[in-house]
Design a protein around this ligand. Sequence first.
Ligand code: LLP
Length: 453
Amino acid sequence: MWTTRATELASSRCKRSFGRRASLFTDPYAMTLPGSPHIAYRDRELFIDACSLRELAARFGTPLYVYSRTAMLEALSGYQRALAGRDHLICYAMKANSNLAVLQTFAEAGCGFDIVSGGELERVLAAGGDAARVVFSGLGKTRAEMQQALLAGVMCFNVESEAELEVLSQVAVQTGKTARISLRVNPDVDAKTHPYISTGLKGNKFGVAHERAVATYLRAATLPGLQVVGIDCHIGSQITEADPYLDALDRLLELIETVEARGVPVPHLDLGGGLGITYTDEVPPAAEVLVSALLARIDARGHGHRKILFEPGRSLVGNAGVLLTEVLYLKPGDTKNFCVVDAAMNDLMRPAMYGAYMGMAACRLRDDEPTLMDVVGPVCESGDWLGRDRRLAVLPGDVIAVLSAGAYGMSMASNYNTRPRAAEVMVSGDQAWLIREREQPAALFANERLLAR
Ligand code: LLP
């Protein structure tokens, strides 16, 4: 799933029937694309909800991230349905997409947040989120961040090492607050995903080793300023099978039983995030199916009374967004054809960083034969590609939608080559809101200073 696939998602005369939706059958060109029913062709034009992507590109410029609010809320509703009627909190892992309007959408829908920095906490508060529904993850929290989170009153610190536990105890005492803690346990299971985003194996830097967990809980129970409130794990990202989750769950339940038998209550169980999405032909379990299976196991093992937390990121926003980019030049060559677009690795890092496959679709279908080409950005690096060996029929001025770009797209964007970061738009039905203005170059060096002469 991480390498280039021959499967093409869209070509100019693509009337193939992949993903056709019954409701669109009357339109011969209507088809949905892998990932989201909210992004679909109607009469040869690509739409997100009821908005034409070409029109959005013309109105707001490119590169442009566009997200469907409806798609985000629908993704969330899978988790909500499975968890209905039990004590739970869905903490959106905001590193996936931390735009304020995205956070606002999830806060209003009842979510808490999984944060990994003081900056993310500030964003939650700026978006109207509630610190009391925040879990603070991350293996390198600074003392300043700990204090900031204690003063804001976060629900829980997900502690990742014994050393962090000691420092958090000191900071809590100095601040005059109690830090509620959960230990992020590394359950040593293989999430079967890309090595860069697999986090639950022994060799990973994350979490407290499974065999150290009991001792660390006992230590936590004796430290001043700390209160044990839970246990958590996060085994990786873009996971497309249920088994690694069930294995991790079993290991966590065993630990809870051992720790509680030693006199330390561990009320909540946080199973992290990591559920994958469809970039091309992956078929991850639906959130509702996965969560129901986990809950059934939790109940069967007599832990049904616990508060259950999840920290989904990608599965809530990934398939809800696209990156729009304009074709600048076509460069035919002897060995390769290149399609140079105005978005680059700084806008969307995933292909350059992980060799990740991102689907692509022309926003308007043409009648020309599609050509095999590499879709590349203007940045001065050979690693600056968005798609390799894609079959597209596009001309300069056309707009390409990079699919499934709602997660880890804008949130990982940089200003490399002094490229202003893209604008972001949220749509719902036929309405579109600008939720982040395009950066201006002067703002990029506004904090820099010339040497005094
Ligand atoms: N909780 C913790 C502690 C995490 O570290 C992460 C993601 C999540 C939850 C959310 O995981 P998700 O549901 O989004 O898979 N940049 C990479 C993904 C890095 C994920 C890091 N941790 C990518 O573009 O594929």
